[in-house]
Design a protein around this ligand. Structure first.
Ligand code: 5RP
Length: 266
């Protein structure tokens, strides 16, 4: 691996722990002003110090993130469809590699929609990004998207999608946690991070999912709504960091969350 690629990978997966806390803020690219991300800067600023990387689009990056903040960026470079359109899966590449380089990104991310009418175009899109990424030393995050079909999130489907991403050259894969998750991680030869999915009922549910994913081979999270749609987003991200980087158990993370929430811990 070339120096530039290694350097960027180490901005995403922290060399001291081998783990990653990515904060997903890209939802607006197909959902518009999502709940609690209506004014992105207000949501992003307090969380920035606790995210190893932020994942978002060029528009929100340029307009809502201070370039002097020191943020490491994984740029969402796919899109072109919306939640109200006919085919959410019909995505293309939205952002050129030159622009990603200009924005000094740590990596770029693209969704693939395996098993849909658009699997070929999205998988070839991933492949094209990898071609460019290898040329310029920029890691590519393959995202195994399921669109509106959340029920697709089982080990068989996710293992298939993750493995295809890795085979096509993705440097990291983002997927969902599921039962029998170890099947997904063991058959994917590149690091896996998990999305959080829609907001879960309790904090402990989020901590359990994060812990179980790490225990079963994920290197971390690329999480959004379960952090910033929560009433105490800073307490959430700090507790998740505790699991990812300090091996806290879910119960310990929950205690940390409660202490931060009650102002008993920083
Ligand atoms: C959409 C995405 C989102 O970034 C992803 O779903 C992560 O966010 P959340 O934890 O809210 O699910 O990649 O395709």
């Amino acid at each position: 691996m070339d120096w530039g690629m290694k350097n960027r990978m180490s901005r995403i997966i922290q060399p001291d722990t081998g783990r990653a806390v990515m904060l997903a803020l890209d939802h607006g690219y197909f959902l518009g002003p999502t709940h609690k991300l209506e004014v992105p800067k207000e949501t992003i600023d307090p969380l920035l110090p606790y995210a190893d990387t932020i994942m978002l689009t060029r528009g929100v990056l340029r307009n809502c993130v201070d370039p002097g903040s020191g943020a490491n960026v994984v740029l969402r470079v796919s899109g072109g469809t919306s939640i109200v359109g006919p085919h959410l899966e019909n995505e293309g590449i939205t952002t050129s590699f030159e622009e990603a380089i200009k924005l000094n990104v740590a990596g770029v991310g693209i969704s693939v929609f395996v098993g849909t009418e658009y699997e070929r175009q999205t998988l070839l899109g991933l492949s094209e990004l990898v071609n460019q990424g290898e040329k310029y030393g920029i890691p590519v995050l393959g995202i195994t998207a399921v669109g509106k079909e959340l029920e697709k999130r089982d080990d068989r489907y996710l293992a298939l999608s993750c493995r295809i991403c890795a085979e096509l050259g993705a440097h990291i894969v983002k997927t969902y946690y599921c039962e029998n998750f170890e099947k997904v991680t063991t058959s994917c030869p590149v690091p896996i991070v998990i999305a959080g999915g829609p907001k879960l009922e309790t904090e402990l549910d989020v901590f359990n999912m994060t812990y179980d994913a790490i225990e079963q081979g994920a290197v971390g999270v690329d999480m959004g709504r379960n952090i910033w749609q929560h009433e105490y987003p800073v307490a959430m991200i700090k507790a998740i960091r505790g699991i990812v980087h300090e091996n806290l158990k879910p119960k310990e993370a929950n205690e940390l969350y409660n202490e931060i929430k009650q102002g008993k811990a920083a």
